[in-house]
Design a protein around this ligand. Structure first.
Ligand SMILES: NC(=O)c1ccc[n+]([C@@H]2O[C@H](COP(=O)([O-])OP(=O)(O)OC[C@H]3O[C@@H](n4cnc5c(N)ncnc54)[C@H](O)[C@@H]3O)[C@@H](O)[C@H]2O)c1
Length: 421
């Protein structure tokens, strides 16, 4: 079967996107550097929670999805979508090396008629200033011989009410012909496509969305720390404010930001802004408040243990949920990892239970049985509230609970052994 689309990067973004195109009858080849991932796709086995193997398998058998490590695969496709990681460097600057390394490989294989779309989250200007010059080395002219656009991915892993297919897709091309080509491709598989005037507008749209979340989460996290001092239940306040039908949007406090997006993406913009002698203070302030949350969580656990005349040193502290959000297994940038490190540094004996994360090899830990922990731990801390865990029982049986997600709800509020964020 002819492959219409190549997707470079078969991860949380690339694999669901391939599924959506394939289900619309568009043939897709996934290109990934990990041979294990390529082999798994070939067997119809998914490693991404949002794409069940039961859905992937038949698409592979029907020839609508294939996978390879060979960049030559893009020679036969009409479109190339790039869904590669955009991390921060150790000194917290944008690291585009993976994306630009791949673009260099694509440039040597670019041909007349190709459409290239960057989907990775990045700062405004990346598509025009960084990607275009590399592709232009092919000698082909953008908007005439080949087409280039930016279209951010907005997927929220684990979410079922809005998916890759139903979430409106923003598209901004280098020229209007580029925008039209890219819109026409996405309209084959996605329900709503929203063109914007430039790639920069599309790039900044995605960053605005993530910064909006980061800033609002920081606001409630700061409020949670004030409420702690004032003896007010922040969860009750947030819930009560959420009853206002207009002019307010609820964000919940928690142990800090996690995942590949929120702790990383805003800093792509603050870095770029400096080129314009501009300081994005909301981004920096939100980062500061959110990054402090694991330290605040440690303080809260310390005070809770103190109330039963225990020190952190030598205490058995059991974390429930270590992935960065409920019902997914992704531990990237998870605040639970930071909290584990802080607790271990203070001499706590740390264990954890997470049905989605069998082991944390870098920390020398593996998920243990919750019932045993409820009997043995000095303190149980709910860090990520996965569904399927009986938090009422947890509040009832554990010696001491510190609940950073309000998972124990009313049971926790009336039980003197439960401390809440
Ligand atoms: N995960 C999310 O929820 C999400 C949501 C919206 C946007 N994004 C953005 O989408 C982009 C991709 O994120 P992701 O979460 O899918 O990443 P990921 O790490 O899940 O997947 C990236 C894939 O690319 C592969 N890869 C790495 N280098 C490669 C190379 N040179 N050539 C081919 N394959 C290579 C990896 O093996 C991996 O399978 C990032 O910019 C991210 O910020 C992510």
């Amino acid at each position: 079967m002819k492959r219409d689309v190549a997707i470079v990067g078969a991860g949380y973004v690339g694999l669901p996107l391939a599924q959506v195109f394939a289900e619309a009858g568009v043939g897709v080849v996934l290109l990934d550097v990990e041979p294990g991932r390529v082999a798994a796709i070939g067997r119809g086995e998914s490693y991404i929670g949002d794409v069940p193997s039961e859905a992937l398998g038949p698409l592979v058998v029907a020839g609508l999805i294939s996978a390879t490590t060979d960049y030559d695969a893009v020679r036969e496709t009409d479109a190339i979508l790039i869904a590669l990681p955009t991390p921060l460097s150790p000194n917290r600057e944008p690291d585009l090396s993976i994306v630009l390394g791949a673009v260099k490989k694509l440039a040597g294989r670019l041909r007349a008629g190709h459409l290239v779309v960057l989907e990775s989250t990045t700062y405004p200007g990346t598509t025009r200033e960084d990607v275009l010059p590399i592709l232009a080395e092919s000698g082909l002219q953008v908007g005439k011989d080949f087409f280039l656009a930016f279209s951010p991915e907005r997927v929220d892993p684990g979410r079922t009410d809005w998916t890759t297919k139903t979430t409106p897709k923003i598209v901004g091309g280098i020229t209007s012909a580029c925008t039209e080509r890219a819109c026409a491709l996405y309209e084959r598989a996605l329900m709503t496509v929203v063109p914007v005037s430039t790639p920069e507008a599309a790039e900044l749209t995605k960053l605005l969305e993530n910064i909006f979340r980061s800033v609002n989460i920081a606001l409630v996290n700061e409020l949670a720390q004030l409420c702690d001092r004032m003896g007010v239940d922040v969860w009750e306040v947030v819930e009560a404010a959420g009853t206002k039908p207009f002019g307010f949007m609820s964000f919940k406090p928690g142990p800090g930001l996690g995942g590949h997006c929120l702790p990383v993406d805003p800093f792509y913009l603050s870095w770029k802004a400096r080129e314009y002698d501009f300081y994005t203070e909301f981004i920096e302030l939100a980062g500061k408040v959110n990054e402090n949350m694991p330290y605040f969580c440690l303080e809260k656990i310390t005070r809770a243990l103190n109330s039963i005349e225990r020190s952190v040193k030598g205490s058995k502290v059991h974390l429930v949920g270590v992935s960065y959000k409920a019902d997914v297994g992704d531990v990237r940038e998870s605040p639970a990892l930071k909290l584990i490190e802080l607790l271990q540094a203070e001499g706590a004996v740390v264990s954890y239970h997470d049905p989605h994360v069998p082991e944390l090899s870098a920390h020398g830990l593996a998920s243990t049985d919750l019932s045993g922990a409820l009997r043995e731990a000095d303190c149980v801390a709910v860090v990520t509230a996965h569904s399927g865990i009986d938090y009422g029982r947890l509040a009832e049986e554990a010696r001491l609970v510190v609940d950073f997600r309000n998972a124990t709800g009313k049971a926790g509020s009336t039980n003197g052994r439960v401390w809440k964020l």
